[in-house]
Design a protein. Structure first.
Length: 187
């Protein structure tokens, strides 16, 4: 089992364009997508991962609502009627917030066409996907979190379903990126 975990500060550039094959799609990337695509490219380089490798990704709820705050001041204090604001928000910004976009960009850039799923920030759900993947070969799992200040963290791991059996985060309430912060967990 192999792991990678990366963090980028709020103003730290994420040089994703250096690894892109589909450069036209970069306009749809938020900071989580940039960090995840760059980290996945670094992690998968030279590994010869088959296109039918199952890939599961957990993305935290987006905390970064800069585009909405720009429309209505003081939104921090009252977001109950946020749905009425969406018509005034750029369609491109809404597209960037869709939870399946990050793993889609990773799959496109790395030609991943196997079984897949998108999870909302649950370490346990991500691990159960890896455990029950329809393969005895490798499974790629990943997770990311975009914070309100623009900082982002993401991680990836490659291993067989049996290698995830008994992970301490199974059945836990932990966030998915914590899997990668923890790294190798077997002694």
């Amino acid at each position: 089992m192999e792991f990678i975990f990366r963090k980028y500060g709020p103003d730290e550039p994420i040089p994703v364009t250096a690894v892109l094959r589909k450069r036209k799609l970069v306009k749809y990337y938020n900071r989580e997508a940039q960090a995840a695509v760059l980290t996945a490219a670094e992690f998968l380089e030279g590994k010869g991962v088959s296109s039918d490798t199952p890939f599961y990704y957990a993305s935290a709820e987006t905390e970064n609502f800069d585009s909405i705050r720009g429309i209505v001041g003081g939104i921090d204090s009252d977001i109950r009627d946020i749905c009425s604001l969406f018509p005034a928000v750029s369609t491109l910004d809404i597209f960037k917030m869709m939870r399946n976009m990050v793993p889609c960009f990773i799959a496109i850039e790395n030609d991943l066409k196997g079984d897949n799923n998108v999870i909302i920030d649950s370490a346990s759900a991500l691990l159960y996907c890896a455990l029950t993947a329809p393969t005895e070969g490798n499974v790629l799992i990943g997770a990311g979190r975009l914070h309100a200040d623009g900082s982002v963290e993401c991680g990836f791991a490659l291993g067989t379903p049996s290698e995830w059996n008994g992970h301490p985060f199974l059945g836990s309430g932990k966030g998915a990126t914590e899997i990668f912060e923890l790294g190798e967990w077997r002694q």
